[in-house]
Write a protein that binds this ligand. Structure first.
Ligand code: NAI
Length: 283
């Protein structure tokens, strides 16, 4: 059955971005959040981003109005009852996610696909909480969603070819590029990125070079648009540590051990840009 109506659950940083690009691509979208204030903030953010895009003539005023017309706020999970696809983007916690997937399994029509934007939790385990594991899949968008082109499409062990094809196709409709990834810790993006960031932190820890110089090495030497320590501050050092722990535990391999300096910064509350201090200081 073609995907027409989509519910995005979680109106935070990722959910609002996913809802926006989905509505821009012509789908009817419900943005759901259990927190009224978060829902209002998510809807307002989308409005602001679309208004700015129209002002800068990246989209027409008409496109903006049509996109807004396809977006509806929802505070009840029951609204998923006539959706063809649900994309979950709530807190990164297995217990909370499986509870929502169990409820969705009861509410959503039998043909509906249930996708998760998790950045680290096993798709296979989330799928096992439902009676339709073949219709559960990972759709890992990158932040900020309206800007970043990549979506990792992650197959759980029971995800069907039909589900994979529907989601890979839909991702192209969103004007994104999808890559097919198997369900292993960190998927592909974070498995490659996070050990690089962790190694950059070890390089500071061992006194090899300063954070500024390490970022310069990677920018000017490797042509990265942003140095790894600047990027770590932007992602949040707590998030970086959490993902390293997922890799370390998931593979049981010491090559993924988080750098002690990363642990120390997180304990100090130096979480990067969001807390005002990480490897750099922010006003
Ligand atoms: P966020 O904290 O900005 O937003 C989460 C939203 O979910 C909040 O508004 C909260 O009220 C809502 N929520 C929580 N439980 C809910 C429930 N049971 N029902 C309805 N709404 C609920 O989080 P963010 O950063 O948007 O992350 C969401 C997901 O996306 C996580 O799984 C995260 O790992 C993943 N992700 C995050 C990226 C990032 O850079 N922030 C990048 C890629 C994936």
């Amino acid at each position: 059955m073609p995907i027409k109506k989509v519910m995005v659950i979680g109106a935070g940083q990722m959910g609002a971005g996913i809802a926006q690009v989905t509505a821009q691509a012509g789908f009817e979208v419900l943005l759901n959040d259990m927190n009224e204030a978060a829902l209002e903030k998510g809807m307002n953010n989308m409005n602001k981003l679309l208004t700015r895009a129209a002002e800068k003539e990246r989209i027409t005023e008409n496109e903006k109005e049509q996109t807004l017309g396809r977006l509806t706020a929802s505070s009840a999970l029951e609204d998923a009852k006539d959706c063809d696809l649900v994309i979950e983007a709530i807190v990164e916690n297995m217990e909370v996610k499986t509870k929502v997937f169990r409820e969705l399994d009861e509410i959503a029509p039998a043909h509906a696909i249930l996708a998760t934007n998790t950045s680290s939790l096993p798709i296979t385990e989330i799928a096992a909480a439902t009676n339709r594991p073949e219709q559960v899949i990972g759709m890992h968008f990158m932040n900020p969603v309206p800007v970043m082109k990549l979506v990792e499409v992650i197959r759980g062990i029971q995800t069907s070819d039909e589900t994979y094809e529907a989601i890979a196709g839909m991702t192209e409709d969103l004007n994104k590029t999808s890559v097919e990834v198997a369900d292993f810790p960190g998927f592909a993006a974070n498995r490659i990125l996070m050990p690089m960031i962790n190694e950059a932190i070890y390089t500071v820890y061992e006194g090899v070079a300063s954070p500024e110089d390490i970022d310069t090495v990677m920018k000017l030497g490797m042509n990265h648009p942003m140095g790894p320590l600047t990027l770590a501050d932007f992602i949040g050092l707590d998030t970086c540590l959490y993902i390293m722990e997922v890799l370390y535990e998931g593979f049981g391999d010491s090559k993924y051990r988080p750098c002690p300096l990363l642990r120390k910064y997180v304990k100090a509350g130096w979480l990067g840009k969001k807390s005002g201090r990480g490897f750099y200081e922010y006003n």
